[in-house]
Design a protein around this ligand. Sequence first.
Ligand SMILES: Cc1cc2nc3c(=O)[nH]c(=O)nc-3n(C[C@H](O)[C@H](O)[C@H](O)COP(=O)(O)OP(=O)(O)OC[C@H]3O[C@@H](n4cnc5c(N)ncnc54)[C@H](O)[C@@H]3O)c2cc1C
Length: 460
Amino acid sequence: MAHVLIVGGGMSGLSLAWYLKQLQKGWDITILEAEARVGGKAWTEREDGFVMERGVNGVLDNKPSTLELAAALGVTRIRSNDASRIRYVVRNGRLARLPDSPRAFFTSPVLSPYGKMRLVGEFFIPPGTGERDESLAAFAIRRLGDEAYRYLIDPMASGIYAGNPERLSLKACFPRIHELETRYGSLIWAMITLQKEARKAKKKGPSAGPGGVLTSFPGGMEDLASALRKALSEEIVLNAKVERVERDNSKWQVQLADGRCLSGTHLVLSLPAFQAARVVRPFSSRLSFLFSRIEYPPIAVCALGIKREKLENSLNGFGFLCPFCESRKVLGGLWDSSVFQGRAPIGYHLVRCLIGGMRNRHILEKSDHEIAGLAITELKALTGLKGAPDLVRVFRWERAIPQYHLGHPALVEEIGQWLSHFSNLFIRCNWIGGVSLNDCVLNSNILARKMTEGKNAIRF
Ligand SMILES: Cc1cc2nc3c(=O)[nH]c(=O)nc-3n(C[C@H](O)[C@H](O)[C@H](O)COP(=O)(O)OP(=O)(O)OC[C@H]3O[C@@H](n4cnc5c(N)ncnc54)[C@H](O)[C@@H]3O)c2cc1C
């Protein structure tokens, strides 16, 4: 009988186990999680009426994977408030509202008249060859112009990856955009064509923004992790840090830090790439090397609870992002209590600032007090904060989000080839196939189906 060992109890490992359990009743499944809790980057702190996310903030409902899983587990969801569709970027030291319609685009202060003309000129830019792995920055400057790159694309890369767009691979990070250029020649032409097709089919057309409604759960993302923990209570082993993995005859042998040893027929690596690199070294130095090439920047999340009267800005919106060229101290700020009901007690705001990323890699050398000081300085300058916040918490992620850098598509291909040398070895974590929670859950669903159908050529 199959015994599947899943190393890592983040949302990828948990959702994979859950789908496997639904699809194949007879299989033994064990999830080995290093920490005393499951959920990985989906982790909520609740204190004095504040609901603070250490990591994942929510999921968009236009990709239904996570919400379908939540519904199957009976977890109630909450939609973001309508105002949260209002987003800002910093331009010339002030918050400028991002346009959410073609008309708003022409009156928006986010781009200069020249920047707008250049962006519209995208229509006439010939398509690239589509073959080479182009950076997000090179692609955006080539198609949209330097200003749109700096004020629209660069902050988006910070918001999703905390990354450096000069190093991020367009093909790996935004495969859909790469596909639209290859297929339609121009992004604007692609939008027009797809809108027309959607109108004909009486469906919702594509949007230039993130699309979909941001959704979470009343107690934060932890609600989903807790529901999975309950549903998988017999499969989860906590405080089970895997140190090394070996292949012994036809079985996988897993050694834990406390000396325990387990064996299984199938092994799934659902832990971060740098950890995976460490545990696979005993049986494949090549895989270990390939995994170790994926970089992770540090991020500090600073949560601030603030009495409403201390802020000049009413925080009506989702929050703001800081383009790198504006040289701010934070990547951006999320106005959580404006986005979701119940995130702060009545009379208070909850704001979370994200600090660090690929272009600020020494952030965690600072003390919590210093990190909070950076967030407070920026809130004073950008939102008119007066006085001190009433609650301050700093959450640290030493290695936060995997970066899909130039060369990532080729790296993933090579990893796939090396995995095929070993039977029943799989990867399911956010460093392959998309970093968003929706991608993680969707990929877990797909992998569970392939595994139970015995399609072992598919390894992630
Ligand atoms: C600050 C931040 C904000 C984010 N916000 C969003 C958001 O709003 N929306 C969104 O869609 N995505 C967001 N993401 C991305 C999202 O968190 C992830 O892609 C997703 O949650 C990753 O889940 P995972 O299971 O693949 O990896 P992880 O969550 O990293 O889980 C890996 C698990 O492996 C365990 N582990 C590590 N080493 C070992 C070992 N040796 N033995 C056993 N277990 C081990 C870890 O403890 C962890 O539980 C955010 C990420 C961060 C860091």
